[in-house]
Design a protein around this ligand. Structure first.
Ligand code: SF4
Ligand code: FES
Length: 234
């Protein structure tokens, strides 16, 4: 099938601002949008910038806005977003500084993620020579947010980060805090409160559910935020 990719381009060395360029490509309906981008790069314009690594929805590096919604280019089939002759619009994620074309500066996203201390904190000594035991039910309690691949799709889609509160720690950071707050081995709630229990922390969320809608891993992000709010209230 023939489609047109309308891709946002920006070269900080030569452009005063972003602009769109269109590329006609021939693809199979079952090709991924990532395949279409790679075809543009290899046969039409080698200067096109975008990130990708695993190609299989694991590394989280190719989140972008495809026809207005945050998606992973490697998990989106062309037939899901276009039929013969249609135009597919591709833009970089929002709420992060634009570097070039579809590349955004991810430093602030990861800084906010790190601020919630997304690792096991425990003041209980490990039983000598043993691991910390955990029942299947206790393990299940934090299964959902373990699926996060830190793609930042939710961070881009969150309307709170638009203008209302650009300092909001963001849905991904809170989901990753929940990953540990609901782990029976973890005792790190107090250590995480400075990042979570403040106006820019969990309390900035107004339950718009955009994070849950776009998460390519199907994580119930808003639910994790609300569980974290409840946990903080005690
Ligand atoms: S919660 Fe989902 S959308 Fe947000 S960073 Fe993790 S995988 Fe991506
Ligand atoms: S390239 Fe790794 S998630 Fe898409």
């Amino acid at each position: 099938m023939n489609i047109t990719l309308k891709i946002q381009r920006f070269n900080p060395e030569t452009d005063s601002g972003p602009r769109f360029r269109e590329y006609a490509v021939q693809v199979e309906p079952t090709d991924r949008v990532l395949d279409a981008l790679m075809s543009v790069k290899s046969s039409q314009d080698g200067s096109l910038g975008f990130r990708k690594s695993c190609g299989h929805g694991v590394c989280g590096s190719d989140a972008m806005i495809i026809n207005g919604q945050e998606r992973l280019a490697c998990k989106t089939l062309v037939r899901e977003v276009a039929t013969e002759g249609q135009v597919v619009t591709i833009q970089p994620l929002k709420h992060l500084p634009l570097q070039r074309d579809l590349l955004v500066e991810q430093g602030e996203f990861f800084a906010r993620w790190r601020s919630v201390k997304p690792y096991l904190i425990s003041d209980r000594p490990v039983p000598e020579g043993k691991e910390r035991p955990q029942s299947p039910e206790e393990r299940q309690a934090f299964e959902d947010p373990t699926k996060c691949i830190l793609c930042a799709a939710c961070y881009s889609a969150c309307p709170i980060l638009d203008e209302k509160n650009p300092r909001f720690v963001g849905p991904a950071a809170i989901a990753n805090a929940a990953r540990f707050l609901f782990d029976s081995r973890d005792t790190g709630l107090a250590a995480r409160l400075p990042a979570l229990d403040r106006p820019d922390g969990v309390w900035a969320c107004e339950n718009h559910f955009e994070c849950t809608r776009v998460c390519p891993r199907g994580i119930k992000v808003t639910r994790n935020i609300n569980l974290t709010k409840r946990r903080i209230k005690g």
